[in-house]
Design a protein around this ligand. Structure first.
Ligand SMILES: *[C@@H]1O[C@H](CO)[C@@H](O)[C@H](O)[C@H]1NC(C)=O
Ligand SMILES: *[C@@H]1O[C@H](CO)[C@@H](O)[C@H](O)[C@H]1NC(C)=O
Length: 398
């Protein structure tokens, strides 16, 4: 195969100038590489180089699929070919390409060369797609050894049994949670302000916070019930709900929570707004973004969320902002300093511009009746962490 590398340098070095250059670097999780002018015939004398370099770099294999492959045929594929770096510059021409390749290297380079002698009978085009194989179904996310899928419904009275039915139809269960890392991963994926975890509490709950069982039968060895005590009843279902705070750039659009001397005194506005716009909208009714100065207020806000009878988004501005000069966090309502702290683990970060605080999905509460969001979990299918590149399927023309 070394001769092909030499051929490649020869083509680029000697004929490179007269050839039509093309190609690009692809950084997404999936995409397609098609011949120039696709789906029309590719031009004569093309020389294209594509690099697939997913960002962030993937630890999982990349699957290449030759969806369409029609090149002119030639001896040893010298005059026209597609060549792949990861198989020692293996070259393909005619219709003889493997249908699927699995590549474990962090990047892939694909080169295409055409000449100016089109065969009269052949189509001249190709389409090669790629995707990262994380060992999970399409749209499922991988975390450690499991695959997760978060979704929500608009359906009223959607119960834990309905969520379990939806997960079981996909070969999964409503998720169990066993570590803080897993908990934070699930919280980062959920679609609504409170979401089922696959657990129901027992008679000794909440006196014994470990008296609950996961629907997937795994041990109750971790919990994250909030210490504000919001709706912790025995014989109910467990949800992950918005509670703790994280800091974000103030110009991001987020829903927000206003507080006034009115009825209701606390109002959740589910319309994405920057932090400053949110303050102006609250002030129209004579209020401000909410100040959560103690455990009682925190529980009050959580209860309002848990009683929302429609699916709500996940991250809400509260009236807490970092003073750029002093670095202190102050409540915008009265400029007072933070005395009661409900930051999520690892927050606030010192990232530049991340000067405004929002309530995010974080701790667990219980609900008696219904929720809109849920997360399913199942084990991955075993494809992962390959260290060899391999041809998964090859159907040469008869
Ligand atoms: C390629 O060149 C040949 C002549 O050598 C010409 O007949 C053909 O139309 C050209 N193909 C394209 C796509 O320009
Ligand atoms: C290549 O083929 C795939 C699968 O058929 C298709 O989804 C994709 O849109 C094609 N690429 C282009 C650029 O047409």
């Amino acid at each position: 195969m070394k001769s092909l590398v030499i051929l490649w340098s020869f083509l680029t070095g000697v004929f490179g100038e007269g050839m039509q250059q093309c190609g690009e670097t692809l950084t997404g999780d999936s995409g397609s590489i098609v011949s120039p002018d696709y789906p029309k015939e590719y031009p004569n004398n093309s020389l294209c180089t594509w690099t697939i370099l997913p960002q962030p770099p993937t630890e999982y294999p990349i699957i290449l699929t030759f969806e369409e492959f029609f090149l002119d045929e030639s001896d040893d594929c010298l005059s026209e070919h597609v060549s792949i770096s990861n198989f020692d510059w293996a070259t393909f021409c005619g219709e003889n390409a493997p249908s699927t390749l699995e590549i474990s290297d962090p990047s892939i380079t694909i080169i295409f060369v055409s000449d100016d002698i089109p065969s009269p009978t052949m189509d001249r085009r190709f389409n090669i797609t790629y995707r990262i194989d994380n060992g999970c179904d399409v749209e499922w996310k991988r975390f450690q050894d499991s695959c997760y899928y978060s979704d929500y419904t608009e359906r009223k009275e959607f119960q834990l049994s309905d969520a379990q039915e939806a997960c079981q139809a996909m070969g999964a269960d409503v998720t169990s949670v066993h570590t803080q890392e897993e908990d934070e991963f699930i919280a980062s994926q959920v679609q609504t302000s409170f979401n089922y975890i696959g657990a129901r509490t027992g008679r000794d709950f909440p006196g014994d916070p470990f008296d609950f069982e996961f629907l997937d039968g795994t041990l109750s060895d971790y919990h994250n019930f909030n210490d504000a005590g919001a709706i912790l009843d025995s014989l109910s279902w467990v949800v992950l709900t918005v509670d703790q705070w994280k800091n974000f750039p103030c110009d991001e659009g987020r829903p927000f929570i206003c507080e006034y001397d009115g009825i209701p005194p606390i109002d959740i506005v589910p319309i994405g707004s920057t932090f400053d716009t949110a303050i102006s909208i609250c002030s129209v009714k004579g209020g401000n973004l909410i100040k959560i100065q103690d455990q009682g207020k925190r529980e009050e806000v959580m209860r309002i969320f848990l009683n929302k009878y429609e699916p709500f988004p996940t991250k809400f501005w509260i009236g807490l902002r970092r003073n750029a000069a002093t670095g202190e966090w102050n409540w915008v309502e009265d400029g007072s300093q933070l005395t009661y702290d409900n930051w999520a683990p690892g927050f606030p970060t010192r990232l530049p511009n991340h000067d405004c605080a929002a309530m995010v999905p974080s701790t667990w509460a219980t609900v008696g009746g219904w929720a809109f969001g849920w997360t399913c979990k199942k084990s991955h299918d075993g494809i992962s962490f390959h260290t060899f590149n391999r041809v998964l399927e090859f159907d040469p023309e008869p």
